[in-house]
Design a protein around this ligand. Structure first.
Ligand code: NAD
Ligand code: IPM
Ligand code: MN
Length: 356
């Protein structure tokens, strides 16, 4: 029996615990059927923070780093914690602390019905966004001066390092090559952000030369939004910075049927086997919380990405097929045209995977 791969699970806030419960049930089925995994539930999030001030304890972070193969996260964000203090420590604590520089967000529609673009279907929506995940405006360099006065100044610097830009661009090309995708688009705003984003242009131009069989194109981020809506089928792999990647993947989620359908992986692809963080693209959706109505499919697809990371890519494909089948059969929640509850939609996918 090989060593069990340990998976830390953080449900988090709002709908996070509800969709993560379905993801956990799926993982438990795998465990019962002999997949060598071990689940570790962590009580972290807004509830815990409000109770005793805990965000991300150092010893838990160290245990994740040393012992875990993956972390599964629901979502963070609670109106009772407007500062997002806990979310920053947990989410950015893991993304930055584990140096998970590639946030991989597939934009793939699993049914024609859910694609909202006129005349388009699932065949047109299948690309992958590589979002830089450790730099940009997310690093927290900046500050507020003369706060609360008419002369107030508020600054967040856009931090771009040669190393950071190069490794995400390279990861995108490597992925394109390994997955048989032909085109890599790099999106920046180098026409306006001359200093910071000219670096992206230059590095992209250098790295693309190492992949002569791939088609490499530069596109400004504003035009990318236009082209995505006009014809998403022209994209295979899109690489961009932290902020733009955050925004365009919500736009991409709309092509997939909404945020309830969009999965993501935060990884350090240069070192295979390093712990990764897996989370749906969506947030905690406070208005839906506690009602058993949130769509669990993004969380289930995220489990697929997690299992693929652990060395079982065939399970990713099986989970995706089961979600697509449930969607097609209308065994889904209201946001994607069904009438099921969160747990019934989760059960519909498990039935399709494990009924025999
Ligand atoms: P959100 O993703 O929570 O919701 C945006 C829209 O998508 C809402 O209409 C919501 O109802 C819908 N939606 C999201 N997930 C859904 C699901 N599983 N099923 C059905 N509908 C779903 O974004 P928001 O409203 O901007 O943010 C709410 C909170 O979540 C904020 O605190 C935000 O900071 C946080 N947030 C956290 C993460 C994360 O933890 N990774 C991601 C995004 C937002
Ligand atoms: C996401 C979220 C986060 C981000 C927020 C909650 C800070 O929107 O994971 O997409 O911007 O990275
Ligand atoms: Mn986001």
């Amino acid at each position: 029996m090989p060593d069990k791969k340990k998976i830390a699970i953080i449900g988090g806030d709002g709908i996070g615990p509800e969709v993560t419960r379905e993801a956990t049930r799926l993982l438990e089925q795998y465990e019962t059927r002999g997949l060598p995994i071990q689940l570790w539930q962590l009580d972290l999030g807004a509830e815990r923070f409000l109770r005793d001030g805990t965000t991300m304890p150092k010893e838990i972070f160290v245990a994740i780093q040393r012992e875990c193969s993956a972390v599964l996260l629901g979502a963070l964000g609670d109106p009772r914690v407007p500062s997002m203090e806990h979310a920053r420590d947990i989410l950015f604590g893991l993304r930055f602390g584990l140096d998970l520089y590639a946030n991989i967000r597939p934009v793939k529609a699993l049914g024609d019905r859910v694609v909202p673009l006129k005349g388009r279907g699932k065949k047109d929506v299948d690309f992958v966004v590589f979002r830089e995940n450790t730099e940009g405006v997310y690093v927290g360099v900046g500050g507020q001066v003369k706060r609360g006065t008419p002369d107030e100044i508020a600054i967040n610097e856009d931090v771009n390092t040669r190393k950071g830009v190069e490794r995400i661009i390279r990861a995108a090309f490597e992925f394109a090559q390994a997955s048989g995708r032909k085109r890599v688009h790099m999106a920046d705003k180098s026409n306006a952000m001359r200093h910071a984003h000219e670096l992206w242009l230059r590095v992209f131009d250098e790295v693309r030369r190492e992949y002569p069989d791939l088609q490499a194109s530069h596109v400004y981020i504003d035009a990318l939004c236009l082209y995505m809506v006009q014809d998403p089928s022209q994209f295979d792999v899109v690489v961009t910075n932290n902020l733009f990647g955050d925004i365009v993947t919500d736009l991409g989620a709309a092509f997939q049927g909404g945020l309830g359908m969009a999965a993501s992986a935060n990884v350090h692809p240069a070192v295979p086997g390093r712990v990764g963080l897996f989370e749906p693209v969506h947030g905690s959706a406070p208005p839906l919380a506690g009602k058993n109505v949130a769509n669990p499919f993004a969380a289930l697809l995220t489990v697929g990405m997690l299992l693929s990371h652990l060395g079982w890519p065939e399970e990713d494909a099986r989970i995706e097929a089961a979600v697509a089948d449930a969607l097609e059969a209308g065994k889904c929640t209201a946001d994607v045209g069904g009438s099921l509850s969160t747990d019934a939609a989760g059960a519909a996918v498990r039935e399709r995977l494990f009924s025999s």
